[in-house]
Design a protein around this ligand. Sequence first.
Ligand code: F6P
Length: 344
Amino acid sequence: MKKKIGILTGGGDCPGLNPAIRGCVYAAEKRGYECVGLLDGWKGLVEGLTTPLNKDITEYIVMKGGTMLGTSRTNPFKREENVGKCLETFKKLGLHALVAMGGDDTLGVATRLYRDHKLNVVGVPKTMDNDLNVTDYTFGFDTSVTHAMEAAQSLIDTGNSHHRIMVLEVMGRHAGWVALYTAIASAADFVCIPERKIDTAEMLRKLKESYARKRFALVVTSEAAELPEAGEGVSKRDVDQFGHAILKDRGMGERISQFIEKQTGIETRFAVIGHMQRGGAPTLFDRMLATRVGMKAAELVHAGQFGMMSALVGNQIVGVPLEKATGELKTVSKEWFDTMEVLF
Ligand code: F6P
């Protein structure tokens, strides 16, 4: 009988999950394994929700956004009985190993299931936030920033025509990578990220100067940036099952835009692209990276290297301990502040 690998995708979806599933299925079948999909992240393992997975089914998903397996932010460790249910499902399905594709939260669960319950788990890193340690990039980031960059370019057109300051709010949670890369790639005049305190006087000076020069300016802000002078925003700060603040109601783009207009007297508009960043076909970079890390996960299973995650290090895909990737986020480092000084 063939050994069976279960595959799940957890946390926020992102472009590249489908190519990663495909890569894993192809590499697993090549080595004589069969695969089964678990639906909606850890919920699928808790409740035993499955779907067939094979080469035929996954052949053309390489170009599709989202995840064919569905996802959720279910945390089995929220309720101890759900951990037991995960272990039961694993056994009931006759799984040899589980490949968990996700960000810090999903892989944190994978780490604990391996460490505390000796489950044969291998991780695949994904997140549009690009905030996972040990891997140079996560798939999903390139596509999301490309969408954000295109949105910024559109704002430049309309801002230029109307002689306004435009503010674009992007996702990224507690890491400013999406905002930083979007701002660099679209020649923004100022960028606000959570890792660096905003120098308000400097921001206003810069925007006035840019406006005087070209009668237009662009600001890119991360959803999690802080500008106390612009008010605290919506007080509703719900948290998800992993204890993360849900930032969508924070209104950073709107508040910063109102603040700028008030302080400069220049007409200012804002736009929030929200989940549009997370959808759509993956870019070539994300298709390639996702396929490679997905394939590596099957290799790690075959080599019996459980508790590991596939990662991009330089140009190589290697196995790294899951524990090293989770626990601490990779946020924008101080070296990038010098780049910001030059460009903004
Ligand atoms: O972690 C990915 C991400 O897109 C963050 O950038 C964002 O803060 C969050 O997910 C949004 O979560 P949800 O899709 O649950 O609203």
